[in-house]
Design a protein around this ligand. Structure first.
Ligand code: M6R
Length: 310
């Protein structure tokens, strides 16, 4: 990996969103240019692909046909093929030259939950391994990784609050999820999880893109789930929230404990323990999963077996 000058991540669905977090992490920590592609697009693209590029496939099941096809496409290119896979001994695990198992245990439901958390954790550790201990983020990130289980437990302990908020929003037809920086992939993943298990139309957007189109949809019937945590982008997200509120859009915010200044701009707030920006998707992913879960259950759906999905 020391000799690669570009990393292409291929994946589908939730694994793709974990890949987006991986892109931010690896670029920030290791300084290696990364791009993330839908495996279903990558397999048909005619892009230049040099031998100093490595391909990293991310997959929970290790059996996703498009991701397998992406790996097979570069079979004769002489490039390093890597995997971050959960299912031990799966096709993708066997097709790749090297990789890391997530060891999240069997993902029994169709909706990927703990696999997403494990994928992002593994990608953070890969980014750390590719960086240098002298990197200013190295020690804080290791420390925060250690602290994550306790913080995740704090979130699980307040699932009653998340349920109460979710119940208020269960009858809406549409939902927008917004976030900036590391929270942008979390917004995409939150929207996917909600539509997948509750059949509510949901879109994930980079908060800064609001004024370039999505704002037109906002009214009192179109709520927004805003991930509004931490510096340096907190104020900017708050200004997006204000734009939404000016159009009468209901807002649920995910905010850091103690940041009560956000209360005047939102209808509902879910507070989470503070965590370094780079690892926020892990904790915030748990919140968006629980939010989708409680809405789906309240609407009477089987969250483990969403319709139309295998
Ligand atoms: O097994 P994979 O990670 O390769 O699966 C990729 C997607 O099909 C999967 O993440 C899908 O989006 C989930 N159902 C989302 O919860």
């Amino acid at each position: 990996l020391k000799f690669i000058d570009r990393l292409v991540i291929v994946a589908c669905g939730t694994s793709y969103y974990a890949g987006l977090v991986g892109e931010y992490l690896i670029e920030e920590l290791a300084g290696i240019p990364v791009e993330v592609q839908f495996a279903s697009e990558f397999k048909y693209r005619k892009e230049p692909f040099s031998r100093s590029t490595a391909l990293l496939a991310i997959s929970q099941s290790g059996e996703t046909a498009d991701t397998i096809a992406a790996l097979k496409k570069v079979e004769d290119y002489g490039v390093l093929r890597l995997g971050v896979v959960n299912a031990v001994g799966s096709t993708i695990a066997r097709l790749t030259d090297a990789g890391v198992y997530c060891h999240a245990g069997p993902e029994k439901a169709v909706a990927s939950t703990k696999a997403f958390i494990a994928q992002v954790s593994v990608l953070a550790q890969i980014a750390l391994s590719l960086s240098s201990p002298s990197n200013k983020l190295f020690k804080p990130l290791l420390q925060e990784l250690n602290d994550l289980p306790a913080k995740a437990q704090q979130i699980l302990d307040q699932s009653g609050t998340i349920q109460q908020v979710a119940l208020k929003y269960k009858d809406y037809r549409d939902f927008l999820f917004i976030g900036r920086g590391y929270s942008f992939p979390t917004a995409l993943e939150g929207a996917l999880k909600l539509k997948e298990v509750s059949y509510i139309h949901a879109e994930g957007y980079a908060a800064g893109e609001m004024k370039h189109g999505p704002l037109a949809m906002i009214d009192e019937n179109f709520p927004t789930f805003a991930i509004a945590t931490g510096e340096p982008l907190f104020e900017k997200t708050v200004s997006n929230i204000q734009e939404i509120r000016a159009r009468k859009g209901p807002v649920v915010a995910l905010a850091t404990e103690g940041k009560t200044s956000i209360e005047e701009f939102c209808d509902d707030i879910i507070y989470v323990p503070g965590v370094i920006e780079e690892l926020q998707p892990i904790l915030h992913g748990i919140v968006t999963q629980l939010f989708a879960y409680y809405i789906a259950v309240a609407r009477g759906f089987d969250v483990d077996r969403p319709r139309n999905l295998a």
